[in-house]
Design a protein around this ligand. Structure first.
Ligand code: ACO
Length: 441
């Protein structure tokens, strides 16, 4: 049963016949042609590579208006949430649909502490990866491994959902910090129950037996904000993967693990790592911002301006606006200046003034400025996409649960337009009826 309203009927004329297709409207006025009965009535499928025009579900979690640059979680503007909420509050909002009361928040926060440890056997896994292993590979493998330790998912009541969500959110943070420590060759630091979510993560990352770690409120606040910016973004590549895997009734851990792999790609969450590498190349290789712009425009060159462009936003990504502000605050707090920030700003100015970028509506996306903040916090480049994954986790879980609870949920199984050879036989192809394969004797 659709939640969107049928507001009209569209006519499709084909082979002398006329078919009616319902036109649906969502709560923010976006309209969709309902083709659910298209194949049954016409024998045809729709053709939409990259799923550019196809709504694959109804969802009440996140609203994006790519033309106006609006992003809302459960009706709240992203700017409002980053200003007034912690990451855990937003995680709760995404999963449950409402902001927690103080007592709900405290209970959720306690669960986070209760479930922050990894099974000691999982610690051994870290020691078996090569030192240079990319932390996204470790993250994905560890998350699917959680299903071997917690095979029974508790999801049949609000309390049970909270336990599973807390377990995943809390352990993902611990896994991420452990993989960093492994990479650095430093002793791992266990989570502490007296620290809140972001402080705890920063402590697990940066505490050493020699130097200790004192939480810095400016950095903790900035990290909360950055994770909120990442927390959900409706049907993006990794979320679609989480939903697709979940549609086969694979468990939550397996679905999230697949989403982490999708996020890793440089055209998606992996772009935040590529942005910094691109900015560093300007200094290391003595390039200029102008050269990068020219390369990005050159169709013979596969180079892209990372952190620019978006499938949905045809204006400035609202997350990038907030991220730019956070990055300036973090840099001035930590190091006062960063030559990479200057290069980034010059790139943005040049791109915004360039006809190529204007005509294609290419603006900075969320990944353009987030990496600069993480870098100033001391987080290494290969951990940037891991930070994105920690932030995106509540969104993935909320979307997975929404799909699971939807009566219309069916296994995702797209169609195709086959363009390969028509039927043929091996005998005709080899042109010898007596030929027999050596392996068959
Ligand atoms: N640099 C140069 N040209 C670009 C860029 C870019 N960053 N992005 C898009 N274009 C050009 C394309 O070449 C294309 O040009 P054409 O019309 O002359 O062929 C046009 O703009 C449209 O771009 P598409 O690739 O068709 O847009 P699509 O919606 O398929 O891809 C994407 C969106 C993947 C984000 C793309 O803009 C891109 O590759 N950006 C760089 C990587 C990046 O920053 N990814 C992070 C996205 S945000 C996120 O996932 C969290």
């Amino acid at each position: 049963m659709s939640m969107s309203k049928e507001i009209a009927r569209a006519k499709l004329c084909l082979d002398g016949k006329e078919y009616e297709l319902p036109v649906l409207e969502g709560t923010e006025g976006e309209r969709a042609l309902d083709i659910r009965r298209l194949r049954a009535t016409t024998g045809m499928v729709s053709y939409d590579p990259g799923v550019v025009n196809t709504g694959v579900c109804e969802s009440n979690i996140t609203f994006v208006d790519g033309e106006k640059g609006i992003l809302r979680f459960r009706g709240y503007d992203i700017e409002d949430l980053t200003e007034h909420c912690s990451f855990l509050e937003v995680a709760y909002l995404l999963v449950h649909g409402f902001l927690p009361t103080p007592s709900e928040y405290n209970a959720f926060s306690k669960l986070m502490n209760l479930h922050s440890m990894l099974h000691e056997d999982m610690r051994n896994f870290f020691s078996l990866y090569p030192d240079h292993a990319h932390p996204m590979a470790i993250l994905s493998a560890m998350v699917v491994s959680l299903s071997t330790f917690y095979p029974e998912l508790e999801l049949d009541s609000t309390e049970a959902i909270d336990i599973t969500v807390a377990r995943l959110l809390s352990k993902l943070r611990t896994i991420a910090a452990f993989s960093y420590k492994k990479n650095m060759g430093q002793p791992i630091v266990y989570p502490r129950s007296d620290l809140r979510y972001c402080e705890n993560f920063l402590n697990m990352m940066f505490h050493t037996p020699v130097n200790g770690y004192s939480p810095d409120p400016v950095i903790t606040h900035a990290l909360n904000q950055l994770l909120i910016l990442h927390a959900d973004h409706e049907q993006n590549c990794s979320t679609s993967v989480v939903r697709t895997v979940g549609s086969s009734r694979a468990n939550l851990y397996a679905s999230i693990s697949a989403g982490i792999c999708a996020l890793w790609g440089p055209l998606h969450g992996g772009a935040n790592q590529r942005v910094i590498e691109m900015l560093e190349s300007v200094i290391k290789q003595g390039l200029s911002a102008a050269t990068l712009i020219e390369r990005a425009k050159d169709k013979a060159d596969p180079f892209k301006l990372f952190g620019f462009g978006h499938r949905v936003y045809k204006t400035y990504d609202p997350r990038a606006k907030v991220a730019k502000k956070i990055c300036k605050q973090v840099i001035s707090h930590m190091t006062r200046t960063d030559p990479l920030l200057e290069i980034a700003q010059e790139l943005e100015e040049r791109a915004m003034a360039d006809a190529y970028f204007q005509e294609r509506n290419l603006y900075p996306n969320v990944d353009f400025y987030t990496g600069l903040s993480y870098r100033a916090m001391g987080i290494p480049i290969n951990m940037f996409t891991v930070m994105f994954a920690i932030g995106r986790l509540p969104g993935w879980i909320a979307q997975w649960l929404e799909q699971r609870d939807n009566a219309e949920n069916r296994i995702v199984r797209p169609r195709q337009v086959y363009v390969g050879p028509s039927r043929r036989t091996v005998a005709e192809t080899l042109n010898v009826s007596t030929y027999s394969h050596p392996g068959k004797n």
